[in-house]
Ligand binder design. Structure first.
Ligand code: NCD
Ligand code: ZN
Length: 366
């Protein structure tokens, strides 16, 4: 058995308000505990998006009533809300800026729309950028021009990780996260080419193909995946970008992008530890120490998770708490299972059961 700190996921799509058939604060936070996370930070691209007082209240009220683990809620940067969101900053996980196309309505196409947010959002609260390739370069230039920290979500390309490395070397205040799917999977070609977490694990295409492989940023090439693994020291956080859509939606004509990830992330990373591609210390820094610091999160006293590092099993959507009903890692053999979670002195998860009740979760900014 190994003991780890309660993990932090800075990138989760909870789907409430508005799309609770995909997920809600109840199911998302149960999935989080089952995955070893005691804190999640929730993205604002809900329906409606979280971008003003009343929508922020909607999300916070639902979270307060239903969350089984601790949480924070992001605000979304829109074209006209820079003053408003900067005044709400102390209560929010951070400000999310969508500089590229994604799922939902929040998108800032024009750089003049970025400026008021960079001018006004307080420096000691995080700005998180959804940016890809050249918009990432523009976002990093903004961090330099306004001399303020930015955190880059879901890095997936070689050119991106090399850019961030160079920016860090120049002293620009940039941090970043990667997600398991960009480290373990490549763009499926017919037939699908998958990167398995270990030579032992016989990954197969059960969870991917067709609409199932749609995700933003897109799955990349082997060259990109290799560059991420070669630059682990540049990567600050392992996030999940848990983005649940139902199986029916993923199989439809117009499949929405996004993968669930809360319950598969730690087992995949632990399998990589077993393969000596990663260390337990990497997991502690990238899933606890660094996100705690970057997002300025409070201590959770008497909080830890217990992991059976020798448990070998197959990932199965049928065993998950997420409401979406599928996983891109279906059938993958992994090694490492969360057996127990203690959150603020309370046994919150044990042997496959969530024990912390609805409403036990606390807002990290209260
Ligand atoms: C996310 C979603 O479904 O909300 N989808 C995704 O593919 N990552 C949106 C996002 O994170 O941009
Ligand atoms: Zn996301």
């Amino acid at each position: 058995m190994i003991r780890l700190p309660g993990l932090i996921d800075p990138h989760v799509h909870v789907r409430e308000p508005g799309q609770t058939h995909k997920e809600d604060w109840d199911s998302a936070t149960q999935a989080a505990l089952a995955g070893g996370f005691t804190t999640i930070l929730a993205m604002p691209n809900t329906k409606p998006p979280i971008f003003d007082n009343s929508t922020f209240e909607l999300a916070l009220n639902a979270a307060k009533e239903k969350a089984h683990c601790d949480y924070g809620q992001y605000l979304g940067a829109g074209p006209h809300n820079a003053d408003l969101v900067s005044s709400l900053a102390p209560k929010a996980a951070g400000l999310k800026m969508y500089l590229d196309s994604t799922f939902g309505e929040l998108r800032l196409d024009d750089m003049t729309l970025w400026m008021p947010h960079f001018e006004k959002y307080p420096n000691d609260f995080p700005i998180v950028l959804h940016s890809e390739s050249r918009t990432m370069a523009a976002g990093i230039l903004f961090a330099a021009l306004y001399d303020r920290p930015v955190h880059i979500a879901h890095v997936s390309l070689k050119e991106e990780i090399l850019l961030i490395k160079a920016a860090k070397e120049e002293g620009i205040k940039v941090t970043c996260e990667v997600c398991p799917h960009h480290m373990f999977l490549t763009q499926p070609q017919p037939p699908p080419v998958l990167r398995t977490p270990s030579p032992k694990s016989k990954g197969f295409g059960g969870g991917l193909g067709g609409g199932h492989s749609e995700v933003r940023p897109r799955l990349a090439t082997q060259k990109d995946v290799d560059a991420l693994w070669e630059n682990l020291d540049v990567i600050d956080c392992f996030a999940t970008d848990h983005a649940p859509h139902t199986l029916e939606e993923k199989d439809s004509e117009n499949p929405p992008p996004g993968f669930p990830g809360l319950e598969t992330a730690l087992p995949l990373w632990l399998t990589a530890v077993d393969d000596r591609r990663l260390t337990v210390d990497d997991i502690i820094s990238k899933m606890y120490l660094n996100p705690k610091k970057i997002f300025n999160l409070p201590d959770q006293p008497e909080t830890w998770i217990e992991v059976d590092e020798n448990a070998e099993y197959e990932i199965k959507a049928a065993n998950q708490f997420t409401r979406c009903g599928w996983t891109p890692f279906e059938g993958w053999k992994v090694k490492g299972r969360v057996t127990r979670v203690v959150l603020r002195g309370r046994e919150a998860f044990k042997d496959g059961k969530v024990l912390a009740e609805k409403g036990f979760g606390r807002d990290v900014r209260e």
